[in-house]
Structure formats: C-alpha cells, structure tokens
Write a protein that binds this ligand. Structure first.
Ligand code: ATP
Length: 234
C-alpha cells in the first residue's frame, strides 16, 4: 500500500492570547506508515498529547494539515470528522474517558453500537476483548468500581474492539504494572497491527519500547530526533 497512514504537515498549535500565548506544537511534520508502530516520546509538556489530539481530529490546529488515509481531516465539517473518527481511528486517552453510567462491557461495546452493529453481537465481541485484557469477570460493573489500571485496560479494549485502521494510544500503560503493560502491548503488536493498520503511541514507559518500529523524540513543541528499530528498555 503506497498511501501513508498518517501525514502531519507543518502542524502548529498555540493556547491563549497576547502575553499568555504559548506554543505547544511549533511546526511538526512526519509520516507514519501502515504496518508500523510509531512511538512519540519526550519530556512532559513537550507537546505530545497536543500533537495526537490534532492527528485524531479532536483539536483543530492553528495551521498545518493532517492527512489520514488520503483524507485531509481538518477540511471535513464537524459531523464528517466525527464519522471519520468513528470509522477509522481508535483512541485511548490519558484519563480513559469511560462512561460512568454504563457497565464495563457496554463501555467496550460503544464503538460497535455507534457503528450500528446488532446489540447482542456487539456485546459478544466486547466480551471477547474484555477477555483479552483479562477483565471478563468485571463486565457488569460500572467503570468507577474498577482500579485505575483496570480502567486503562477497558479503554484499550474499547479502542481496539472495532479494529480501527489507525490506533492512537496516549500513555496506554501508565497505570499498569510492567508485566501487564508488556502483555497488552505485545498483544496489540501481534494481533491488532497488520499491513492495513498503523499505531501511534505516546509513552514515557521504557518497558514497552521494545515494540516500537520507529520513535520520534519531541522537545519543546518540535521533533528533535527520529530513531528506527531495535529499541530496548532504557
Ligand atoms: N488546553 C490547554 N490550554 C493551555 N495550555 C495547554 C493546553 N493543553 C496543553 N497546553 C500546554 O501545551 C504544552 C504541551 O502540552 P502537552 O500536554 O501536549 O504536552 P505532553 O508532552 O503531552 O505532556 P505530558 O507528557 O505531561 O502529557 C504545555 O506547556 C501545556 O501546558
């Protein structure tokens, strides 16, 4: 497939105005390929989450362009962006964003229900993914009854349940112990990544560096280095 999974072109984002204006992302360009697990690393405040939010259609850039699957996403209207995200992108937020009034199982099934899949089938598929993250026995509980690490695993299950082409994970292992984090990322690399998919991961967690195909290092809103392959725990 010659088309790039993701193209970020000269992305700029600032917050505030006048004296309070701060640049979070200062003109970032990169490409991510299908079949690739691309990590974005860098110190706290370097703009990683802001960059992911622009790539995933959540935060509009002040300037620059994001092209996903050949589609310039910020040229779409709000409804079309929402549809595009539903059909193309899975996202794990740093703070999980689970729905407190739904059960754990229903939270995982949301992308399938929104895609109008039959309820029973959606619940069965969601249960399979809860099994992957070893939370089947928690299916009927509301997410707030789960620990932080368990909620993070639910968020990961929800992001992969609809098998999105582009998977975007913001600190997906921050609340997990080393073994669980490695096991889940290993599963994602083995079973979710393929030649039609691309996975972008922001992380500080060197325990999962071994799964990276390439790594972009950010500092102060800019890319300072791009590294390829053979990463070990630091
Ligand atoms: N909504 C916002 N309003 C104002 N400033 C913001 C906002 N979001 C981010 N920033 C600022 O933009 C800069 C980059 O933040 P961002 O969260 O993207 O960094 P990060 O690399 O993801 O950090 P972390 O690793 O701690 O999550 C920071 O200075 C932050 O304070």
């Amino acid at each position: 497939m010659s088309e790039r999974a993701v193209k970020a072109i000269e992305l700029v984002k600032w917050f505030g105005e006048g004296a309070a204006k701060t640049y979070a992302v200062k003109g970032i360009s990169f490409e991510a390929n299908f079949g690739e697990m691309l990590y974005i690393v860098g110190p706290s405040g370097s703009g990683k989450t802001t960059l992911l939010s622009m790539i995933s259609g959540i935060l509009r850039p002040n300037s620059g362009t994001v092209v996903i699957h050949g589609q310039e996403i910020w040229k779409l209207g709000n409804n079309a962006i929402a549809d595009f995200r539903l059909n193309t992108i899975g996202f794990v937020f740093q703070d999980y964003h689970l729905f407190p009034k739904l059960t754990t199982l229903e939270n995982v099934a949301i992308p399938l229900i929104l895609k109008k899949q039959d309820w029973k089938k959606a619940m069965d598929t969601a249960m399979e993914f809860l099994e992957v993250v070893e939370l089947k026995e928690r299916a009927s509980l509301p997410p707030l009854k789960l620990s932080g690490g368990e909620q993070q695993r639910v968020a990961i299950a929800r992001a992969i349940v609809s098998r999105p082409d582009i998977l975007i994970l913001d600190e997906p292992t921050a609340s997990l112990d080393g073994n669980t984090g490695k096991k889940i990322l290993g599963f994602v690399k083995e079973n979710v990544l393929n030649e039609h998919r691309c996975i972008l991961i922001v992380t500080h967690d060197s325990r999962i560096f071994e799964y990276a195909d390439r790594m972009i290092k950010m500092e102060d809103g800019k890319i300072v280095e791009v590294l390829s392959g053979g990463f070990d725990e630091e």
